[in-house]
Design a protein around this ligand. Structure first.
Ligand SMILES: N[C@@H](CCC(=O)N[C@@H](CS)C(=O)NCC(=O)O)C(=O)O
Length: 390
């Protein structure tokens, strides 16, 4: 490998770039972040990955990788640049880090979109400036405004597909406050989810917790007022240098995960929160997908079954959430993340699998381990496609 930097195509306002950027910084990886308006991104990366999407990574030898999970896997497995072991080696910790990979990526989108798009007075001038930062191509202020009107309109519509609206606003806020207080309680004794080292689940939480929920003016005020420890976690996750004295002193104590594959009670409480906040949603999505797959009698294995191979949703479904009914978009990518959790568990010994089941059962999450679509989701050429019928 050359010493040339990796290139991360992403943006400060982007949710999923936050996860990868945090990983790259924490692991001291040499990279340059490039705005997706760049010519290289538009002319080379988009045609390669088949859709306009970020983050994308270009390696020094010219390989293009799309998807945050694939980018992290690439560093972990192929180059082994990772400073911290991203995936714990013990069964329960490994399953829990994958649980937070799923929940971090997909389970906090309601809060992220609500706090970004429903607080115009606090957020709008910041967002307009942030959405217009690209100097390539140089835009006039009128063009920046038009561009912002277009992309913010699209994002407000996307927020609705995640269940955000007047009917859910109050509950989203009370639920987010609960999340902050549980996370904050956990951070009293632990610098990261599983102890004094960040793992995959921490990086994935940095998707929603960084750009939308920590940088945007409205939610940052909420976090700083109600959960400053969560704010410090975000800051720790976004720097590469260790900070001694806050939780540990690296000169005298090695950074360890919690001993004996144990889960602190405070983390179990966060898992119970996931059971309430997200389990009904992913369960409804798997049911919807199985129904949908059954109806697609002519679906060709290796495709997404849709006219547009880059399309990400197969429909919408309603489910009960915290006492109301909401409707959200069903995206096969989520099942792919769920499979990563289930595959990690399946690779363990029977005794280890029992330990994982007990831990998930204790948190009200055991059914997640058995929730399956009748076709697996695979990722081929940077896109999600359906595998053969099981
Ligand atoms: N599964 C993808 C999700 C990436 C994603 O949704 N990125 C957003 C920006 S944060 C995007 O590019 N959306 C496409 C669009 O807005 O058209 C990953 O983790 O890399």
């Amino acid at each position: 490998m050359t010493n040339a930097p990796h290139i991360l195509y992403g943006g400060p306002v982007s949710l999923y770039t936050g996860k990868v950027r945090s990983y790259l910084r924490k692991n001291n990886i040499n990279f340059v972040e490039v705005h997706p308006n760049s010519e290289r991104y538009l002319k080379h990366v988009v045609p390669t990955v088949g859709r306009w999407i970020m983050p994308c990574l270009e390696t020094p030898d010219g390989r293009i990788i799309q998807d945050g999970a694939d980018i992290i896997d690439y560093f972990d497995a192929e180059i082994q640049l990772s400073k911290y072991p991203t995936r714990p080696t013990t069964a329960v910790h490994q399953a829990v880090t994958h649980l937070f990979e799923l929940f971090g990526g997909e389970g906090l989108l309601r809060a992220a979109m609500h706090y970004r798009w429903n607080f115009d007075e606090q957020n709008l001038s910041f967002l307009e400036s942030e959405f217009g930062i690209s100097v390539i191509p140089k835009m006039t202020s009128d063009q920046i405004s038009m561009n912002f009107a277009r992309s913010s309109g699209r994002m407000r519509k996307a927020a609705v597909t995640f269940g955000v609206g007047p009917h859910s606003a109050e509950l989203i806020e009370s639920s987010f406050m609960e999340w902050l207080s549980l996370f904050s309680a956990h951070l009293e004794q632990n610098a990261y989810l599983l102890g004094n080292k960040p793992t995959l689940g921490d990086y994935c939480l940095m998707g929603p917790m960084w750009a939308h929920l920590f940088r945007d003016p409205a939610p940052t005020a909420v976090i700083k007022k109600h959960a400053p420890r969560v704010g410090r976690w975000v800051e720790r996750m976004s720097t590469y240098e260790p900070y001694d004295g806050e939780y540990f002193d690296s000169a005298t104590a090695p950074r360890e995960l919690v001993a004996n594959d144990a889960l602190p009670d405070t983390l179990v409480a966060m898992m119970r929160y996931i059971a309430e906040e997200y389990l009904p949603e992913i369960t409804a999505h798997v049911e919807y997908a199985n129904e949908w797959l059954t109806q697609q009698t002519d679906l060709v294995t290796g495709t997404n079954g849709l006219p547009d191979p880059g399309a990400r949703g197969i429909g919408k479904t309603a489910f009960a959430w915290r006492g109301i009914e909401i409707e959200t978009a069903v995206m096969p990518y989520r099942f792919w993340l769920l499979q990563r959790l289930q595959d990690a568990v399946a690779s363990c010994s029977p005794a280890e699998q029992s330990a994982v089941r007990a831990a998930f059962n204790n948190a009200g999450l055991e059914s997640l381990l058995d929730l399956r679509t009748i076709r697996r989701v695979e990722r081929v050429n940077h896109l999600e496609v359906w595998g053969p019928l099981l």
